[in-house]
Design a protein around this ligand. Structure first.
Ligand code: AMP
Length: 332
């Protein structure tokens, strides 16, 4: 039998909407998962020795984490909140992994013209008390209570919820949506202030495991460190350019009022050892992707040439906030 104390278990979604995203994120962050073992539901991460990857249904991962069957897991924030809520045994390490975006929202029939906001449900065109079909009874119930709709009856549901109103099983639904196409096809609409929860994939841990097993804490810190550095870098580009200037001071003066090319802390400027008389400097800056066009324009304004932009793999902070938060949370 394996030594559970030594083995560090990371649960990943086995199939469904989050499975590919989790593998892709880990691979991009330098933590590629290798399914080399003969067991279908088990894998390893060669760059993180000591970790066993276990594949589970996304919805089961929060419960496995809570019950200490696994130490770390990647799953939807919606599932973590619904299944384990504010359970102190669960520790959120990174609630925003940048994929699996969706929102849990109240959804009503398109034909209810007078019902567009949550408070309008008090005047819904129904004979009896409101029935709400959902796979998220805890989150939905709490939301309805906050909106003084305690009378509403929650209909627990599995499978496709969108048909529930048409079938007469419920009046409205509380379901996950991302694009909203399925809603329109089913003649349903989102209630304007009916967002119960914004969700995306998250990295979660068992608090006790990290508190009592240094190897598990170490693995968690490595995962957090690499994922944070990767997620920070993914939106950025590394930009190099050559600029003619008489001195670094004059170049610095030219940069005033050029916010897109001042970089994270300020540009790195180094002299180019030219053969001619010209004084040339090489500038290096980190630019966010959405500001690239602006940065190129600003570089040209100061006479920049030979501009090269390349992707950035990681940006490591001095002390990642998420690691400090983790250390802080473990003191509780
Ligand atoms: P699965 O049931 O395994 O396909 O995974 C469902 C999880 O995927 C949800 O709990 C959400 O975290 C995530 N997700 C992202 N977008 C959507 C969506 N449009 N509908 C349902 N789930 C979504």
């Amino acid at each position: 039998m394996r030594d559970r104390k030594k083995e560090i278990r990371l649960a990943l979604p086995s199939k469904g909407r989050l499975a590919d995203g989790a593998l892709a994120l880990l691979e991009a962050a330098g933590l590629a998962v290798h399914k080399s073992t003969p067991r279908r539901f088990q894998a390893s991460i060669p760059s993180l020795p000591g970790i066993t990857v276990l594949f589970q249904r996304a919805a089961d991962i929060p419960v496995s984490l809570r019950d200490n069957a696994v130490d770390l897991g990647i799953t939807g924030w919606d599932l973590v909140q619904e299944r384990t809520g504010n359970d102190p045994r669960i520790l959120s390490l990174l609630p925003k992994l940048g994929f699996g975006h969706c929102r849990l929202n109240l959804i009503a029939p398109e034909g209810w013209r007078e019902v567009n906001r949550v408070e309008d449900l008090n005047h819904a065109p129904i004979p009896k008390r409101l029935r709400v079909a959902t796979k998220f009874p805890n989150l939905t119930g709490a939301f309805l209570s906050r909106h003084h709709l305690n009378e509403a009856h929650l209909v627990p549901a599995e499978g496709t919820l969108e048909v529930a109103p048409a079938l007469g099983c419920a009046d409205i639904i509380a379901d996950l949506v991302s694009a909203g196409t399925t809603l329109r096809e089913n003649h349903l609409k989102l209630l304007e202030n009916g967002c119960i929860l914004e969700s995306q994939a998250s990295l979660v841990a068992n608090r006790h495991a990290l508190k009592t097993r240094p190897a598990a804490l170490n693995a968690a810190q490595t995962l957090v460190e690499l994922l944070v550095a990767y997620l920070r870098a993914v939106e950025q580009l590394s930009v190099f350019a050559n600029v003619r200037a008489e001195s670094t001071e004059k170049l610095a003066a030219q940069l005033a009022g050029k916010p897109a090319i001042t970089g994270l802390q300020g540009p790195t400027v180094a002299p180019v050892l030219t053969r001619g008389e010209d004084k040339l400097f090489s500038m290096h800056i980190i630019v966010s992707k959405d500001k690239l066009t602006r940065a190129i324009a600003e570089l040209r304004e100061i006479g920049g040439s030979g501009i090269v932009a390349t992707p950035v793999s990681y940006i490591f902070e001095e002390q990642p906030q998420a690691c400090m938060n983790l250390a802080e949370a473990l003191k509780e």
